[in-house]
Design a protein around this ligand. Structure first.
Ligand code: DLL
Length: 423
């Protein structure tokens, strides 16, 4: 759809959403009233920037059902966010919302190359997390065959993958690495598997990690993005050109803001992604601050889709480390490490405070030959890794090698940072 037409479509849906949210959700009504705004004031898409933001804090204050715009009897599914601090966020779906969600995920999967001929192994944990159910219904919508494996039990994952001839693997990128590693350890030739596509999402991952997974599993690995507050997976996904994730703009309006000033930034700027839902019934989100740092590219993609593409996220504002005044995202370190021959894609970042200074220690797993190398060679390796990280981040870090297989393996979302400053 040409952008002009799309924007007209978005405006109509936005107006309907604002009316419904204002009428049915006290939180939105109070916020609008305090700014003297009524939904009718929004007559163009640019008016969106006048509306108040919605934050995680708003959702916590309205726990569990305060943000729902429909009576509970119309809700047919409840999920929650995977937040690790405070109360989780509860999200609800009507029947229409589930249909919309399935279609959005089907779209992401189709863009990645999945068809009705595929056998899709879902290795996200089934439960309150939106990942498994989202991809499950998306697969069924396309007509593919779902294997609802759920997360963990890696040996069984591999057995099923071999026996059932899974052609698509769905999980977090860090779990894909864990699976790839186990396949190698078991001496299984990846050529003997039927895998051809990986749909990985739920956490940030680098291009270097993508190449690593692709070469180990012999697949095309695509990225897809979403968050439970907004719908779950299905918000955005890569097409086969892998040049940014197309956001489903008929269901969401995306803005990029400066997280400090909260001003909307011009196209192409890096900042915090803000999303407004324009098609959902039960749980409308108006200008939701995702905390994810990315940028938007409005150029038409080589695939022909006109929908805006978001870059791989750098990470979340709340994951950002400030080391000696420099902003550091774990994904930047990952990009450097995974590209170094001999480094395994397993690392841990330990932040500590020495006196008044923050220090960052990067623990990396290396292949056995490097770990057991003579001291001199090992020191040269450490030196090289330290310099490469320094040249990308502009800040010195301490690098420590740890024994092969000593860092925790992840079955869901990886947690790579240990912050000793708050202990
Ligand atoms: O992670 C939804 C999802 C499931 C997306 C499966 C894709 C695949 P939450 O648990 O609410 O929902 O976590 C949302 O995860 O704000 C991002 O910080 C992060 N995230 C999700 N996908 C990506 C991605 C699901 N592809 C939070 N790249 C978001 C980077 C991602 N970060």
């Amino acid at each position: 759809m040409p952008r002009e037409e799309l924007e007209q479509f978005q405006l109509e849906r936005l107006q309907a959403t604002l009316n419904r949210a204002y009428k049915n959700v006290a939180c939105y009504r109070t916020k609008f009233n305090s700014l003297g705004i009524v939904p009718e004031d929004v007559t163009s898409l640019s008016d969106l920037s006048q509306l108040p933001f919605t934050t995680k804090e708003d959702l916590r204050l309205n726990y569990p059902y305060g943000m729902f715009a429909v009576p509970l009897r119309e809700v047919v599914r409840i999920h929650s966010s995977s937040g690790t601090t405070g109360k989780p966020t509860v999200v609800g779906y009507t029947k229409n919302d589930l249909k919309l969600w399935s279609n959005l995920v089907a779209r992401v999967m189709t863009a990645a190359g999945v068809t009705h001929d595929d056998v899709v192994q879902i290795a996200f944990g089934y439960g309150m997390f939106t990942g498994a159910f989202g991809l499950h219904y998306g697969t069924e919508t396309i007509g593919g065959a779902v294997i609802p494996m759920s997360g963990g039990n890696t040996d069984k994952q591999i057995l099923i993958m071999q026996d059932y001839k899974s052609s698509v693997l769905v999980c977090t990128p860090s779990y894909a690495v864990t699976i790839a590693e186990r396949i190698e350890k078991q001496g299984i030739d990846p050529h003997s598997l039927a895998l051809r596509i990986g749909l990985f999402g739920g956490e940030p991952w680098s291009e270097a990690m993508r190449s690593d997974i692709e070469s180990r599993l012999l697949i095309s690995a695509t990225d897809n993005y979403g968050l439970s507050e907004v719908v779950g997976p299905g918000v955005a996904g890569e097409c086969q050109h892998k040049n940014g994730m197309h956001i489903a703009e008929d269901a969401f309006i995306a803005e990029i803001i400066d997280p400090e000033t909260c001003q909307v930034l011009p196209p192409g700027s890096i900042g915090e992604l803000v999303l407004t839902t324009i098609s959902k019934e039960a749980y409308p989100m108006i200008r939701y601050r995702t905390r994810d740092i990315t940028s938007l590219d409005y150029a038409t993609c080589s695939c022909g889709r006109t929908m805006v593409r978001m870059k791989k996220t750098l990470g979340r504002t709340d994951d950002m480390l400030i080391i000696k005044g420099v902003n550091v995202f774990p994904s930047q370190i990952e990009e450097v490490l995974v590209a170094i021959e001999g480094c395994e894609p397993h690392y841990q970042l330990i932040v500590d405070r020495k006196g008044t200074l923050d220090v960052l220690e990067v623990c990396i797993e290396v292949r056995e030959n490097i770990f057991f190398d003579e001291m001199k060679k090992q020191r040269a390796f450490l030196d090289m890794v330290g310099k490469r990280i320094d040249s990308v981040l502009g800040v010195g870090v301490t690098v420590r090698l740890v024994e092969p297989n000593s860092l925790e393996r992840h079955e869901g979302k990886a947690s790579r940072v240990i912050d000793r400053r708050i202990l």
